[in-house]
Design a protein around this ligand. Structure first.
Ligand SMILES: C[S@@+](CC[C@H](N)C(=O)[O-])C[C@H]1O[C@@H](n2cnc3c(N)ncnc32)[C@H](O)[C@@H]1O
Length: 301
């Protein structure tokens, strides 16, 4: 009887020891997994930027935060970090070649969500007078949905079209003139006071027009602001005065050549050497037919 009681006590003690052993092992596994995750993020301390990406301090790859994609985002849209309508959705609904013929929505859905709630001053070069659609209202509508607090300016060469537009529409300011005319551009700068958050060049599309406008209007982009140029394929189209030899004609200064020179300045750390505008350029982000020239903020590289 005494022996079986001893056996019973030994069995109970063994069960208790086994229970604590398993619990300890479980804690160790949890700690190991947690360390592995922190190591993968590059550092134990990290921050989340406006795009919803976790940026590790120091070196290491950024880890995307768990799906922040808006339900309306088109497949492949990067960094859409809010539930607001995407540029892609609104542009498709109202009709613009930024989403039909071209893929510019990809750029705008990459950069606009982070500034959606801000008061913004924006210039678009080119109203769309040559396009078969109710152009002006649609442009305003899609901007209103994507950037609701925007103070919108247009620059347009076609005076009759600009006058008709101005009579039909409110909510934007239009300047009539040639985007490659430096005198006109200076007048625009003086009268509007500059300080633009966004400039989109969707005007005449020749590389000369694009380069003159960039050179003149870059100075009125706010620190941290964005300058987009659409339709860069025209640098290689003879009908637009471009290089029909695919970039090999030395007499043609394509947009690609300008971008190469700007990158020479940036990558050598010799800002402003080949082009004054590279001194304030934080980065250049290009994809098919469009580039964004991003201005650096004061006190940053
Ligand atoms: C492709 S459309 C613009 C489309 C419009 N931005 C949109 O998203 O629907 C080009 C416009 O640029 C105008 N344009 C052409 N040459 C120009 C120039 N040198 N300066 C300013 N605007 C110009 C045209 O009259 C036309 O209205």
């Amino acid at each position: 009887m005494a022996a079986s009681r001893v056996h019973y006590l030994l069995l109970a003690a063994a069960s208790i020891l086994l229970f604590f052993g398993i619990a300890h092992q479980h804690d160790q596994v949890r700690e190991t997994l947690s360390n592995a995750w922190n190591k993968g993020a590059g550092s134990s301390s990290s921050s989340i930027d406006q795009s919803g990406t976790i940026e590790p301090e120091g070196h290491g790859a950024a880890i995307p935060s768990p799906s922040k994609a808006a339900p309306t985002a088109a497949p492949g849209t990067p960094f859409v970090a809010s539930d607001a309508p995407s540029f892609h959705e609104i542009a498709l609904k109202h009709g613009t070649d930024k989403v039909t013929t071209h893929h510019y929505w990809f750029m705008y859905d990459k950069y606009f969500p982070a500034i959606r709630d801000k008061k913004l001053k924006m210039l678009e070069i080119g109203l769309g007078c040559n396009m078969v659609r109710l152009w002006s209202g649609q442009v305003l509508l899609h901007l209103a949905g994507v950037l609701p607090h925007v103070d919108l300016y247009y620059m347009e060469y076609d005076a009759a079209c600009a006058d008709k537009w101005a009579a039909d529409m409110t909510g934007a300011t239009i300047y009539t003139g040639d985007q490659a005319d430096k005198v006109f551009l200076q007048k625009f700068i003086d009268e509007t006071g500059g300080d633009f958050d966004i400039i989109i060049d969707d005007g005449g599309h020749t590389m000369n027009q694009q380069q003159v406008s960039l050179e003149m209007l870059w100075k009125i982009v706010k620190p941290g602001g964005m300058y987009f140029i659409e339709d860069l394929q025209t640098s290689f189209m003879t009908s637009y005065g471009g290089d029909g030899m695919g970039g090999k004609d030395p007499s043609k200064h394509t947009m690609s050549k300008l971008i190469y020179e700007l990158l020479d300045d940036k990558l050598q750390g010799k800002d402003g050497q080949r082009h004054a505008i590279s001194a304030e350029m934080r980065s250049i982000d290009c994809m098919r037919e469009v580039c964004l020239f991003h201005k650096q903020e004061e006190g940053t590289i």
